[in-house]
Structure formats: C-alpha cells, structure tokens
Design a protein around this ligand. Structure first.
Ligand code: ZN
Ligand code: ZN
Length: 267
C-alpha cells in the first residue's frame, strides 16, 4: 500500500516536474511561432508601404501628363471633362500597371470628378481620387482613400496676375512685333484689312513706307483683289490666311525685355 503511495507520489512529482521543462521548450516554440509571422507581417507591411508610395507617385505622374495634355488642348476646347481626364491618366500610367496594382477597381478605379478649368483665367484644378485596398487576411480593413491634386495653367498665353502676386504692368505684344504696346486698343495692334487691286500692290506703301510682297502662306492665286493691312508688308489672296490673323499676347513688362515701346502708345 505504502509502496504504491510512494510510487504515486514519485510519479506525481515527476509529473509535476515534467511540465516545467516542457514549458521552457514550449515558450521558445511559442516565441518562434509568433516571431516568424510578425517578421513576415513587418516585411509585407513594408512592401505594401513601398507599393502605396509607388502607386501615389505613378498616379501623380499620370495626372501631370494628362493635365499637360488637357492644357495643351485648352486652346481649342476650354473645358476639362473628368471622363476625358481619367482616360488620359489611365493611358499615361498604363492600363496594365493599374489592373495589377493595389488600386481598388484597377484601371476604372480612378475618379477625376471635380476637376475643372476656369475659362477666364485658364487655370485648371485637377483631382484624381482612388482607393487602395490592403489585403490583410484577418482584419477586414476598409480601402484607404487617396487623392492627388494639381493646379495647372492652360497654354493660352499669359494672364495678368494668374500666378504669384507680383503687381507688374501688363503690356501687349504680337507674335512678330518688335515693340510692346501699353494700350490694348493701340491702332498698331488693330488689323486694318482692306482689299486692293492686285495690280496696284507694287505702288502701295504701308504705314512705315514699306512695299507689299506676296504672302508665302496663302496660295498664289490669280484673283483680282488682294488683302493688305496698313502695318503689314504682305498682300494676301485669301482672307482666311493665317498671316492676316493676329494673336496678341498680354505679358508683364519685365518679360518684354528687349522690345522697345510702341511709338504711338508706349510713351
Ligand atoms: Zn502701340
Ligand atoms: Zn497670306
């Protein structure tokens, strides 16, 4: 009986002792079991962080490229359509790049809603919104929203006080003119197109006393009447010739460096 008890006692002692050593081994195992996933989680998190940064950079670059295109088109279409912008952003980034990225919805996940361009100042504000989904298996993390925006000026010439706050006088120049005008309505800036007989062009003189030569831009026709301007030195066969059109640019006076003031309005 007593032997039996002893043996029980011993066995209970040994049974009590065994868990201690098992516990130490176990704690190492548990630590390893935790440390490895945590390490991988950290690595994966880092990779995702880098991917998010890469996506943001790519989208911003795409928006820049699309914005440049939109502002280039602004001379013919003075409006920014969000859907058109979206297409250009996707094209700039590459549809495939977006499809296999962590952007929610892939190539159709970009939203340029709210982008606009002011037809008065020609300044566009472009937005692109998108969501990034993080595939974390255990926790259901909702997609994170991101937004890139930029301010861009349409390529329609200069605009007074469009950017910056420098208060400078605005002067007006033409594409080919060597002088700047302080008055937008200066007669030298106005085109005075009139029709004259083609045979008389040799004897006519412009305001600066120069001769009229045939325009290189419009087709040489045999028309009786040709078009001249008081300040031009070409005669044109076509009224729609680009040589008869004049683009006037408004610039700040510091940008007109090298040009002289107009004798009529610049004084
Ligand atoms: Zn002038
Ligand atoms: Zn012409």
């Amino acid at each position: 009986m007593s032997d039996n008890r002893n043996s029980i006692c011993i066995s209970s002692l040994s049974a009590r002792r065994t868990p201690v050593s098992a516990c130490r081994k176990g704690s190492v195992t548990v630590e390893a079991a935790l440390a490895v996933p945590i390490f991988f989680l950290a690595v994966v998190s880092l990779l995702y962080l880098m991917e998010i940064m890469a996506v943001r950079t790519t989208v911003r670059a795409g928006l820049q490229a699309a914005g440049k295109q939109a502002m280039q088109d602004a001379c013919s279409v003075t409006a920014v359509t969000p859907s058109g912008l979206e297409r250009n952003v996707v094209r700039a980034i590459g549809e495939e790049r977006l499809e296999r990225s962590i952007v929610e919805g892939g190539a159709s996940g970009l939203n340029c809603e709210g982008s606009y361009m002011s037809p008065v100042t020609g300044i566009g504000k472009l937005f692109v919104k998108y969501e990034i989904r993080l595939p974390i298996p255990v926790f259901m993390v909702p997609p994170v929203s991101y937004e890139e925006s930029m301010k861009i000026k349409a390529w329609t010439g200069y605009e007074k006080e469009a950017f910056g706050d420098k208060k400078e006088e605005t002067v007006y120049i033409t594409e080919t003119g060597v002088v700047y005008h302080k008055d937008y309505h200066c007669t030298y800036l106005e085109l005075s197109i009139r029709m004259v007989q083609a045979s008389k062009t040799a004897s006519l003189r412009n305001n600066s006393g120069g001769k009229y030569y045939p325009c290189e831009r419009c087709a040489q026709g045999n028309s009786e009447g040709v078009y001249i301007t008081d300040n031009g030195d070409r005669y044109h066969h076509s009224l729609t010739c680009s040589g008869l059109k004049r683009t006037i640019y408004a610039i700040s006076i510091s940008e007109a460096a090298g040009k002289g003031a107009c004798s009529r309005c610049g004084g």
